[in-house]
Design a protein around this ligand. Structure first.
Ligand code: NAD
Length: 415
């Protein structure tokens, strides 16, 4: 089979690699010419795909900026970004651009699958009419389905193969074609009756996480006031073998998905005179978390007799999650902006992020900075850092991730 992947990023590249590893020919189309050039030179821009893994695929996987190549594919999978506009409304521009380009080369019998996260109705109401500008009818001349990506960057215990894939086609035949495609790379494919059900499945998964993270973030704020250790409470609750699922508080929600996707549903719901209150409330609490964290930085320094103004604050980890270098919606960026606004001098150490050019910062060597800083703040707990050593060497440590659990020290404060 020849598979075309449109959007060769965090989702598209690992997907393309999975098809190529299963023996298929993969062509990855990306609008970013530099990315395409680097990939064809064998350099991966996604941590989960090592350059060695790319090399092992030989010419089974290629990147391109030209849509023409898609005409000879059996299936075309769309994995372009679905961000929010400035006013937090769904921004489907990338999907619309990709669809228009595909419509110019679409062939009878081809299968098109949308994987980008979006609101229910996007495949049928937005994607289908654009693809049909080709003169071909969806469900009759070509096949169309939605299948949400469930990738979790940095995770190794669950892979594309072992994570069940949900698929919903426009017609039974569309679903069957999509199931056939994904069986090549997934052990289990779960069929749902419509693209809308598949679209909402993905949103439910992300909203579930967002709401539960908001719940523990709110409890962390209450615990801070009541003098109770939130980590001790969560550890204890997690011993219940049923009816409880562990979620952890932190400096705020980041990444391309959780801070963004729920608002796709909230926006669509308004068309039906429906207010999704859980989504809005969780968004509000999670958005506030970096502000609370900066307040905690102020209080921690204050307790040590230091003002924020002029203090050197070292952030440990600036990417949005451990083990990856992705900075999208990273709460560290908000914390830096707010702490700088109060006059703090900021440094950071992150083994996955060499520099933050827009902020005029570069990752500093840990040894040197631990001794120089007035306060070291654990924002993202990358596994490469020895946190016991951080507590032993820094004058003052504030831990927003609970990785210092089990360490008792006079210079250590936890969320
Ligand atoms: N990153 C994740 O963990 C994750 C997980 C599940 C779902 N998703 C969803 O998958 C989708 C893609 O996310 P991502 O993280 O891979 O984004 P990304 O930014 O890493 O990759 C998207 C790629 O698409 C390219 N692109 C943009 N417009 C294009 C166009 N018109 N034609 C061709 N290429 C184009 C970009 O250059 C980029 O390389 C989003 O809808 C996201 O919500 C992401």
């Amino acid at each position: 089979m020849k598979v075309g992947v449109v959007g060769f990023g965090y989702v598209g590249l690992p997907l393309g690699v999975a098809f190529a590893e299963a023996g298929h020919e993969v062509v990855g189309l990306d609008a970013d010419a530099r990315k395409v050039e680097r990939l064809n030179a064998g350099t991966s821009h996604v941590e989960d795909v090592t350059s060695e893994r790319l090399a092992a695929l030989g010419d089974r996987l290629r990147a391109t900026t030209s849509h023409e190549e898609l005409a000879s594919c059996h299936a075309i999978v769309i994995c372009v970004p679905t961000p929010l506009t400035e006013s937090r409304e769904p921004d489907l521009t990338h999907m619309i651009d990709a669809a228009s380009a595909i419509s110019r080369v679409l062939q009878p019998e081809q299968l098109v699958v949308l994987e980008s996260t979006t609101y229910p109705g996007s495949t049928r109401e937005r994607l289908k009419p654009i693809l049909e500008e080709s003169g071909l009818a969806a469900g009759r001349d070509f096949h169309l389905a939605y299948s949400p990506e469930r990738i979790d960057p940095g995770r190794t215990d669950h892979t594309i193969r072992t994570t069940p894939k949900v698929v919903g086609g426009l017609t039974e035949r569309c679903t069957a074609r999509a199931v056939e495609l994904y069986r090549e790379i997934c052990d289990e494919v779960v069929e749902v009756s419509t693209p809308e059900a598949a679209e909402l499945t993905k949103l439910l998964e992300n909203i579930f996480r967002s709401v539960n993270i908001a719940l523990v973030n709110e409890l962390a704020m209450l615990c801070d006031r009541m003098g109770i250790d939130i980590w001790e409470v969560i550890d204890a609750a997690a011993t219940k073998p049923f009816g409880f699922m562990r979620f952890e508080p932190g400096p705020g929600m980041g990444g391309h998905c959780l801070p963004v996707d729920p608002f796709y549903l909230a926006s669509k719901a308004r068309e039906f005179d429906f207010v999704t209150e859980f989504i809005e409330l969780a968004g509000k609490i999670n958005l506030n978390q970096p502000y609370f964290c900066v307040q905690k930085i102020e209080r921690t320094l204050n307790a040590a007799g230091k003002p924020v103004k002029g203090s050197r604050v070292l952030l440990l980890g600036v990417s949005y999650k451990a083990g990856v270098g992705d900075l999208r919606e990273a709460p560290a960026l908000k914390i830096i902006e707010l702490a700088r606004g109060l006059g703090a001098e900021i440094a950071y150490h992150d083994p996955h992020v060499a520099e933050l050019p827009e902020l005029g910062l570069a990752s500093a060597p840990l040894d040197e900075e631990l001794r120089r800083a007035d306060l070291a703040v654990i924002v993202t707990a990358h596994p490469e850092v020895d946190y016991a050593r951080v507590v032993a060497e820094a004058p003052l440590v504030l831990d927003f991730r609970g990785v210092t659990r089990g360490i008792e020290a006079a210079n250590l404060v936890r969320l």
